[in-house]
Design a protein. Structure first.
Length: 257
């Protein structure tokens, strides 16, 4: 159960890859990004996985760019035939692809490091293609990897390899911030018994109240979210007074008196 709350920075996540849709790869990137953004007070409003389809990616990027404050796209960067994300983002904004001096130098430097570390390896990379980003975009360098990311308007394009994604996100993390904050309460009351109280809290204090049963821990976890600190505190205090709840987890067998 959720109630609407006041406006905050709203972000959409698009994860690209046929392997995600087939279940071959667990989508840890979306989970990690959602947590990082939520910790910064940002509201993640959409999480979408799409195939390695240039037209589909472009259409969703354009639609989400119009609808949300920022979009983060991960996956599909590099030189293999299914890596079409950068081309799709360029299509979404009617731009060409071209390397910049910064991305070209970064790719060449990284290739030199690889060849030095693996002198017997046959590293054959089209530097111009690997370093290409949409014209007029802001390059994001990929220190742990090879293919750069970029920022086009408010769309952030990042690698799908988790270590590379995390490093690149860290370089722009300060650009994501909001006033959305949450507090957690725990109750062993059945969810059906506390619905009126949860609805009342949302209506009284302009907060969102979510209720998430945890059968393993034998309690319900209540998440109270708001963009106003006073509203969050007041709603939490009201729930503690009107629901048998605690700010620390309480473990009890279901049905135990």
């Amino acid at each position: 159960m959720r109630r609407p709350y006041s406006r905050a920075m709203e972000v959409a996540l698009i994860t690209v890859g046929d392997e995600l849709l087939a279940g071959d790869t667990v989508n840890t990137n979306a989970n990690w990004l959602a947590g990082e953004l939520s910790d910064r007070g940002v509201a993640v409003k959409r999480v979408l996985s799409v195939p390695d389809d240039r037209a589909v990616i472009a259409e969703r990027v354009r639609a989400y760019a119009d609808a949300f404050d920022a979009v983060i796209v991960t996956g599909g960067l590099g030189g293999t035939p299914d890596d079409v994300t950068m081309e799709a983002v360029a299509d979404a904004f009617d731009r060409e692809l071209a390397p910049t001096d910064l991305t070209r130098e970064a790719v060449e430097r990284r290739l030199a490091e690889i060849r030095e570390r693996l002198p017997d390896s046959d590293v054959d990379v089209d530097v111009e293609a690997e370093a290409a980003v949409p014209t007029g975009s802001r390059p994001l360098l990929n220190d742990p990897g090879l293919a750069p990311g970029c920022v086009v308007e408010d769309v952030y394009v990042m690698p799908g390899i988790p270590d590379e994604l995390k490093a690149m996100f860290d370089s722009v993390a300060d650009e994501f911030a909001g006033d959305r904050r949450s507090r957690f309460l725990y109750t062993v009351e059945p969810e059906s018994d506390i619905v009126p109280a949860l609805e009342a809290a949302g209506e009284r204090f302009d907060v969102a109240v979510g209720c998430y049963p945890d059968r393993e821990a034998a309690h319900n976890r209540l998440k109270v979210t708001a963009t106003d600190a006073d509203a969050l505190d007041e709603a939490t205090a009201w729930l503690l007074a009107n629901v048998d709840a605690s700010e620390t987890p309480v473990r009890r067998e279901w049905g135990e008196e």
